[in-house]
Write a protein that binds this ligand. Structure first.
Ligand SMILES: Cc1cc2nc3c(=O)[nH]c(=O)nc-3n(C[C@H](O)[C@H](O)[C@H](O)COP(=O)(O)OP(=O)(O)OC[C@H]3O[C@@H](n4cnc5c(N)ncnc54)[C@H](O)[C@@H]3O)c2cc1C
Length: 508
């Protein structure tokens, strides 16, 4: 049943981590002009998760929509360019491939490039599929230039994201939000009050005794889910049977070489390690499953595999992979870790924050919350989480590794039907299931399938569209064009120094 249609005049955001300040920044620009007041409550004593450095290209559109200047943002967050993720040791120990932010080759007559590549590869007329991906060749050469808006240019076939300090990003967005009228309230919330009649959240109470009300609340309180779970008990879908990693240990280190324009994810015996080069340091962390390795062992593995002197002590984090059953319940919308957590293998958390904000803005209930808006929001967010989940499970399941109990488990575990269906289609004739919206498009799936040895038995008949004698030259021309284009670009390091050099002490 719809609630009484109370016009939304006061929004209260609980939490000032990346989720809280991204929400505040977006609402201050897009919703506050409707006459809505926005307050954000955070507690310095509790602090934030403080990790989360690799992003997806969508963040650029988020920043652009807010009118944020890219160079200023990159300087403020010590950001580098991210063209994709390199996966080491996933299919087999010694394997390596890059999941790029951009297409492989170019489609011809509506036929996907990878079908031509499969045909040419079978005939011995094509090299690695990586050689036909501009962002992969750029990554390997550590070069960068911004994409072109001209669809005829080979430079239009990719996108990029950032490797950044998410704590500095939250600080930056705080300045942006406060300048746009958001009121920040420091204090620890000790109680949550509900309306006796409707059951909605009416006020939160701070340690000081102050009470702050709201018509619509955003729960950005992190894993604890203070409102969505603590007060409303929305429930949690636990996905740890198919994504069993439940711990991380993080430890940044000093930079000893120019930053590379991609993130690295190296598989270990009971999990994997991230390496995220920023301008001022390198972020490192080991994500693992506590059933198979102790915290001390996990920290040792991390320490043995960082490439510069450590900055500080290792930090341990615990999590449970899954999502909140209802991300919008009553008058509370959960955004960020309070909404769910899918481990950081494909850097999806900040994207999921952005997806929640975008969906909420589209459905914004300015004249009162309605069931239909809530249902639509929850349906879209469920789909987003499930798609990310399937893509992550693919990385673990599509492996030949049998060198540890962890890999034996993930290789043989039952997987969701939705993923099995996708893998079967690809194995048959290289068909990639298309999504209209949401994450991950064809190139992402192709990169992981082929990179982890899920190889189609055949190619689609339409791959015959290029005559036999033209196929080899077509592949060679494309590879040559990509190589020449990349060779003419500046190094990633030179690009950063010219466009967005970050001083060592900026905002730190
Ligand atoms: C190991 C790991 C690695 C990650 N890597 C990535 C990555 O590479 N890319 C990516 O996109 N994401 C990554 N993430 C996720 C990312 O860190 C989070 O999505 C992001 O930081 C958002 O966190 P948050 O704002 O939801 O929560 P938090 O950072 O936990 O913030 C919670 C806020 O709520 C406040 N709060 C809580 N309780 C109270 C209270 N009682 N009273 C007042 N205030 C309160 C806190 O003070 C804080 O301000 C990673 C996460 C983990 C665990």
């Amino acid at each position: 049943m719809d609630q009484a249609a109370t016009a939304i005049k006061q929004i209260t955001i609980v939490g000032g981590g990346t989720a809280g300040w991204m929400t505040a920044a977006a609402l201050s620009r897009l919703i506050r002009p409707l006459g809505v007041r926005i307050t954000l409550i955070e507690s310095d004593a509790i602090g934030t998760v403080g990790v989360g450095e690799a992003t997806l290209p969508h963040i650029r559109f988020f920043n652009e929509r807010l009118g944020i200047d890219e160079a200023e943002f990159m300087k403020a967050t010590q950001a580098t360019i991210k063209l994709g993720i390199e996966f080491r040791n996933w299919g087999r120990i010694g394997d390596s491939y890059i999941h790029p932010f951009g297409d492989f080759g170019r489609n011809v007559g509506g036929v996907d490039f990878h079908q031509f590549w499969l045909r040419a590869h079978q005939a011995g007329k094509a090299g690695r599929i990586d050689d036909y991906s501009l962002p992969i060749v750029m990554s390997e050469a550590a070069r960068f230039g911004p994409p072109s808006h001209d669809p005829r240019s080979v430079m239009s076939a990719f996108s990029y994201a950032y490797q950044m300090d998410a704590t500095l990003y939250a600080k930056y967005l705080r300045g942006f939000s406060e300048a746009n009228g958001v009121v920040r309230q420091e204090g620890r919330i000790v109680d949550v009050h509900r309306d006796g009649e409707s059951g909605d959240i009416s006020e939160v109470e701070l340690e000081s005794g102050d009470r702050i009300g709201g018509d619509l609340f955003f729960d950005c309180s992190g894993f604890r889910g203070l409102l969505i779970e603590g007060a409303l008990e929305a429930g949690y879908d636990d996905w740890s049977d198919i994504l069993p990693c439940n711990r991380a240990v993080a430890l940044p280190c000093e930079t000893i070489e120019p930053p590379i324009p991609y993130t690295r994810a190296t598989a270990h015996q009971a999990g994997w390690q991230w390496r995220i080069p920023l301008q001022h340091r390198v972020g490192n962390g080991h994500v693992y499953c506590s059933d198979y390795i102790s915290d001390d062992e996990a920290a040792s593995v991390l320490l043995e595999n960082i490439d510069g002197p450590a900055c500080g002590d290792p930090r341990f984090l615990k999590f449970l992979t899954g999502k909140r059953r209802k991300q919008w319940d009553r008058n509370v919308v959960a955004v960020g870790l309070s909404a769910g957590f899918l481990e950081p293998l494909e850097s999806t958390s900040i994207y999921l924050i952005q997806a929640a904000i975008t969906n909420l803005v589209e459905l914004f209930p300015n004249s009162g919350i309605r069931d239909a808006d809530r249902d639509e929001f929850n349906t879209v967010m469920d789909l987003e989480y499930e798609r990310v989940r399937d893509f992550l499970v693919l990385h673990y399941h599509a492996t030949e590794r049998d060198d540890s109990p962890f890999w034996n488990y993930v290789r043989t575990m039952p997987i969701p039907d939705s993923l099995k269906y996708k893998m079967d289609l690809f194995r048959d004739r290289g068909v990639v299931v298309k999504y209209k919206d949401g994450l991950f498009l064809d190139a992402s799936w192709i990169a992981v399938y082929l990179g982890q040895r899920v190889v189609p038995q055949n190619f689609a008949p339409l791959a015959g569209a290029i005559p036999e004698d033209r196929l080899g030259p077509f592949m060679d021309d494309l590879r040559g064009l990509i190589r020449r284009t990349v060779d003419a670009l500046p190094s990633h390091d030179a690009y950063l120094r010219q466009h967005c050099p970050a001083g060592p002490d900026l905002m730190a």
